[in-house]
Write a protein that binds this ligand. Structure first.
Ligand SMILES: Nc1ncnc2c1ncn2[C@@H]1O[C@H](COP(=O)(O)OP(=O)(O)OP(=O)(O)O)[C@@H](O)[C@H]1O
Ligand SMILES: [Mg+2]
Length: 343
């Protein structure tokens, strides 16, 4: 990251201006006279630099601004404030020679032709990007083998399963050997095996070719198994930006304790928060019959007796805290180890 950033969001903001339609004829007239305008702040002061060869995971709840950030960085949509650049140039005014160094895969949209077999779509892409024939054949063969769709290349796209189609999209995206690839929820709705195959492909291509990858996913396993750096957005702002390994190191310092309670036993009460806080423990989840706490590994021994004192415990299990819990805490602005949670 020492060289100039390949991608740079320099304090970008994005506001969508929409207006609400009012019901009925009176509403129609009212709308005509004066629209009920709304502003949605999708991104606010986002500062982000991404260098060559990085593999960045972009996560956040629905509506956090992930897709908008991808669109701003890639120049699909203009920013409202700040500046988005790619290859040192304004993203919204990229020249064709720069656009060809970029690829975007969106889980919901296809860049391939629905009625054509994938191989024919790839041939069209080869023309568009003027990929030499021999290189083209070699890349297709290699990618299709790695993604396990060699025998599906000649089938009409509309006849393929969701996972096979996504794999074709990915082959198409990497065909012209772009320098930067954005993938917005590429594994949405796919089975475990397809997800694993896609993850492995992305990791290999990132390592072998040094292509910069920005991946958005709601599947934490996608992120854990591919990315080195994690960016968390919340309500249009960057909440966390750091090495995944650092985050994991913190996870391994904590334990997740799950309690199953006897029927009719006393369950969680808010006033207990102060008592468990003495052990630096937090309540992760509470259901009528079960509670999940997070506690530093070093405090487990003293914390467990307290649980027995407070509740009628039927069963108890202690596990390493899954990364998801920590991320949920960060989402909720309760990351216990950060100074100014929630920004
Ligand atoms: N074209 C648009 N017009 C108006 N508002 C929009 C538009 N696109 C996005 N928004 C709003 O901007 C905010 C961010 O949306 P965005 O699609 O970037 O979220 P996201 O993080 O990708 O969510 P998801 O996980 O659901 O894909 C949301 O409040 C959304 O409703
Ligand atoms: Mg999205």
């Amino acid at each position: 990251m020492s060289e100039e950033a390949l991608l740079h969001a320099a304090g970008i903001g994005k506001v969508f201006r929409t207006w609400k339609r009012r019901p009925g004829l009176a509403g129609f007239v009212l709308d005509f006279v004066k629209r009920d305008r709304r502003e949605v702040v999708a991104l606010a002061e986002v500062e982000l630099r991404i260098g060559r060869g990085e593999f960045v995971g972009l996560i956040g709840a629905n509506g956090a601004g992930k897709t908008t950030l991808v669109k701003c960085l890639t120049g699909i949509t203009p920013v409202t404030s700040g500046r988005a650049t790619m290859f040192g140039r304004d993203s919204f005014h990229l020249r064709d020679e720069h656009k060809r160094r970029l690829a975007i895969v969106m889980g919901q949209r296809s860049q391939l032709w629905w009625d054509l077999p994938a191989i024919d779509s790839f041939r069209l892409l080869r023309e568009i990007y003027s990929v030499p024939s021999a290189a083209f054949e070699a890349r297709i063969a290699d990618s299709a083998a790695r993604l396990d769709v060699t025998d599906k290349l000649t089938r009409q796209l509309r006849q393929l399963s969701l996972g096979e189609r996504m794999k074709m999209e990915i082959i198409g995206a990497f065909l012209h050997e772009p320098d930067v690839v954005f993938l917005d929820e590429p594994t949405i709705g796919l089975d475990l095996l397809s997800r694993e195959t896609i993850r492995r492909y992305l990791v290999e291509i990132n390592r072998q070719r040094g292509v910069t990858i920005v991946l958005t996913s709601h599947d934490m396993e996608d992120i854990e198994e591919t990315c080195r750096r994690l960016v968390i957005l919340r309500a249009g702002r960057v909440l966390f930006d750091g090495e995944l390994a650092d985050l994991k190191a913190r996870v391994y310092d904590r334990r997740s304790i799950e309690l199953h309670l006897e029927p009719q036993s006393r369950t969680w009460q808010p006033e207990l928060a102060a008592r468990i806080a003495l052990h630096s423990a937090t309540l992760e989840r509470s259901a009528p019959m079960s509670l999940v706490f997070s506690v530093p590994a070093a405090n487990v021994q003293r914390f467990v007796p307290l649980l027995f004192e407070l509740f009628d415990v039927r069963d108890l299990s202690i596990e390493r805290q899954p990364l998801e819990h920590l991320i949920r805490q960060i989402f909720q602005g309760q990351d216990p180890q950060r100074e100014a949670p929630g920004g």
